[in-house]
Every structure is written in C-alpha cells, then in structure tokens.
Design a protein around this ligand. Structure first.
Ligand code: HEM
Length: 415
C-alpha cells in the first residue's frame, strides 16, 4: 500500500465510507444517524475493505461473536507486505503480537489474567496520589500564563507518565512515548512506513527493558511479567515485549483523547462547567457520560466464518469495525443521545467494549479522567476556548482532540 492517503471525497457513506475523512473525523455523529436509518451496517472498499455497524444492539451482538470474529488483526488498514511477512513469521513462532488484545480463545484468557491485577481497584488506588501530584505539577507549569493547550500541555502529558509509572519505565521518556504511540497509531494507520518504524522502536525499547529487568528485577509490571507463568511455563521475551507494547499503546492516546474531549466539552459548554463546579459529586456520572459521548476507540475484527446480521452477509476474510462510538449515539439505546447529560442515570455505554476483550485498563482510565478533571476544576476558576480555529481532531481507530487552546482565570487558593 502506498504511503499516500486515499483522499477521494465520499459520495455515498452507505457503500463507500471513509473513517479518515476530515469531516467525519471532526464529527462522525451525523453520518451514523443517517446510516442507522437507511443502512445500519455500511460497507466500504477503502483501506482494504470493511463493514461499519452503527446500531447499539448489533454492536453488542458482534462484540460477543467469538471466534467467528477474530481479534488477530484489530487494525483496519492491512499491514504493508514487508510487515505482513514479519507478522506471519512471528505468529508461527510465538503466537499473537500484542496479547491479549490480538488473541483469540484459548490463548486470550491466560494473558488477560496476567494483566488484570495491574488495573484492579486496589492497584489503581495506589496510582492515584502520583496522578494527582502530576496533574498539579502540570497546572503549575501554565497557571501563570492564563492560557494553555488543554490537550497538549495537560491531557497528553498525563497518560504516558501514568503508564510509565505502571510499567516501571522512566517517566522522563514520556515525550518519546507520545511520539511513538502517535507514530504507530495516529499516523501509522495510513502511513505504512511510520507503522513499521514505530512498531520497531517500541519493541526494541521493551526488549532492552526486558533484558535489563532479567538482570536486575524491580517491583514493577515488567519484572512481574517476567516471573509470571502460563500453564507452568514462564513467558518468553516476545510475549513480555508484546504485553508491554500493548499496555503502552492501549494506555496513552485513548485516555488522553478522553481527557481532552472532556475539557473541550466543558470549555464550550459553560452551563455544564458551572454545574460540575456546583455539584462536584456528579464527577463519576459525568466521566461516564463524556466517555459515552466522545468514545475514542473503534477496533477491527476479521471474520472467520459466515456471519449474517442486520441484513448483510459477512464472509470469511472480511473486516468489521466495532464502532462502539457509533453505538453510543443510538437513540434506540439512549435518550437524547446527542446531548451530554452530566447526571445520566442509565448509561450502559460501550466505550470500553464488551465481552472477553472489554477494556482491561478501564479502572485506570476512569481514575485518570476523574483526577485530571478534579485538579483542573480545582485550580482553574473558569475557562473557555481561546481560538476555535485552533481546535483540531485526529480520527480513525482512536479519535480525540489533539489541540484544545483555552484561556482561563486561575482559582484563588487558600494557604
Ligand atoms: C478512555 C480510555 C480507554 C478506552 C475508551 C479504552 C477502550 C478499550 C476498548 C474498546 C477495548 C476493547 C478492544 C476489543 O474489543 O478488542 C479495550 C481493550 C483494552 N484496553 Fe482499553 N481503553 C482505554 C484505556 C485503557 C488504558 C488506560 C489501558 C491500560 C494500559 C487499557 C488497556 C486495555 C487492554 C490491555 C485491552 C485489551 C483487553 C483484552 O483484549 O482482553 N485501556 N480498551
């Protein structure tokens, strides 16, 4: 596949959608509404071809179709031939690439079991003081300016440091983590050479860490994984590097997107900003609602046996996009789906997925969102968008704002 993105305009979203279309990236909800009414499972031949379901119930059904829908290749755009060769060879020797997200049963469960303890409520509670201190330190850096980029100066700084804290890697390398994850996921989706380059950088980094921790174990996730066993056998380097790579790529731009989109929402909705300030006890339901409204993650599945759903016939080899963000705007599942309702009572959204692959890091993601918003509201009295043209979004399989320029007044602090 060429290194140039397909930029042909879309004429019919039902038969030729493009998840990288700039208008869709900015606001996909009108497209989902249109499709839900006239073609609830859309089709495209772009980017290797795929199906796009838009109804909540179809998403629930599809996410549970294991193993008819395989997780072995969750990325929509097929790898370039040189990477494909490497992946096929590695899969033959070692199993899936970044388990458990790229694993099917029976391989999936033991890997998932290994990582769940890193994200238990207790483990996440232990990360909370660090996250709070980090958020305050970040605000210290720009509070005197009266303006900041809520995405670049705040959200984007939080998640790579928290995941470095979990993994036991040097938090000073957080900026590199951001470059690598953007290189692999944001730009690498449509630019194969970046995908190859940053996949290599991330794997080399964790291979070095694995070698280092084998020699000098510490009290961190990498050392724990090196001691872990599946069916009485220790993991090999490929497995540990794969799990660590997943935790990095799953833990950085997802939550950073959600923190940025939440701050963008409050910057553009003064009534909600005032409400959360007046009723801080709404924070947990507000976070769920913002996760629903601006869900960042869409994952791919590969069809392994014929699937008949919503009037379409999917064939082995087809790709399906699990469009959790679209399901979360379905009026059949949510009242007023296109409004943010901070105290929404019933909110069975699918932002974290569902079924065997449901987000393993969801406790951590929610803690980071809550602490980031709490500290921001605590330190900043009122804020608004400084430059509407400066707000930018990225899209594809992880969608979120990449720049949110705000101006603000600092809160008066006692003592
Ligand atoms: C707001 C932030 C986040 C969102 C919206 C999100 C969303 C998702 C979704 C939709 C899935 C399901 C994938 C599938 O069905 O194939 C998933 C899986 C996963 N997520 Fe998250 N995620 C977030 C943050 C995190 C964080 C902070 C971590 C921690 C490193 C994490 C780790 C994982 C892992 C390990 C899986 C794979 C689980 C499995 O395959 O069993 N996520 N996430």
């Amino acid at each position: 596949m060429a290194d140039t993105p397909d930029t042909r305009p879309v004429h019919d979203w039902a038969s030729d959608y493009d998840i990288f279309d700039p208008d869709y990236v900015r606001d996909p909800a009108p497209v989902w509404d249109d499709l839900r009414n006239r073609c609830p499972i859309a089709r495209t031949e772009r980017w290797g071809g795929s199906w796009l379901p838009t109804r909540y119930e179809d998403l629930r059904t599809l996410a549970k179709m294991v193993p008819a829908l395989s997780s072995r290749s969750p990325v929509l755009v097929p790898p370039p031939p040189e990477l494909r060769e490497v992946l096929v060879a590695e899969a033959k020797m070692f199993g899936s690439e970044i388990p458990p997200i790229t694993s099917d049963p029976p391989e999936h469960k033991p890997y998932r079991r290994l990582i769940l303890p890193f994200f238990s409520p207790h483990a996440v509670a232990e990360r909370t003081p660090y996250t709070r201190e980090l958020c305050n330190r970040l605000v210290d850096g720009f509070i005197g300016e009266g303006r900041a980029d809520a995405a670049v100066d705040y959200a984007q700084q939080i998640t790579p440091r928290v995941i470095a804290h979990v993994l036991g890697t040097d938090p000073a390398r957080a900026d590199e983590f951001v470059t690598w994850v953007r290189g692999l996921i944001e730009f690498g989706q449509t630019q194969p050479q970046k995908r190859i380059k940053y996949r290599g950088i991330i794997r080399d980094f964790f291979q070095e860490m694995v070698t280092e921790r084998r020699a000098r174990p510490r009290d961190d996730a990498i050392s724990t994984l090196l001691e872990a066993e599946i069916e009485g056998e220790k993991l090999n380097d490929y497995g540990v590097v794969g799990v660590c790579s997943l935790l990095l790529v799953a833990g950085v731009d997802t939550t950073w997107s959600s923190i940025s989109s939440s701050l963008l929402h409050f910057a553009t909705h003064p009534e909600d900003q005032a409400r959360l300030r007046a009723e801080p006890e709404l924070l947990p339901t507000a976070v769920e609602e913002l996760l629903r409204f601006h869900s960042p993650v869409t994952v791919g599945r590969k069809v392994t046996e014929p699937v008949s759903i919503g009037g379409v016939e999917m064939q082995p080899g087809d790709k399906v996009l699990l469009n959790f963000p679209g399901a979360n705007r379905d009026p059949a599942a949510f009242d007023r789906p296109d409004e943010v309702v901070l105290d929404r009572k019933r909110n069975r959204h699918l932002a974290s997925g569902l079924g065997i692959h449901r987000c393993a890091g969801s406790n951590l993601a929610r803690m980071e969102m809550q602490v980031a918003l709490q500290v921001w509201f605590d330190r900043i009295a009122a804020f608004e968008i400084a430059d509407p043209d400066g707000v930018s979004w990225t899209g594809g399989q992880v969608r979120g704002p990449r720049s949110v320029p705000v101006r603000f007044t600092a809160a008066q602090r006692n003592g």
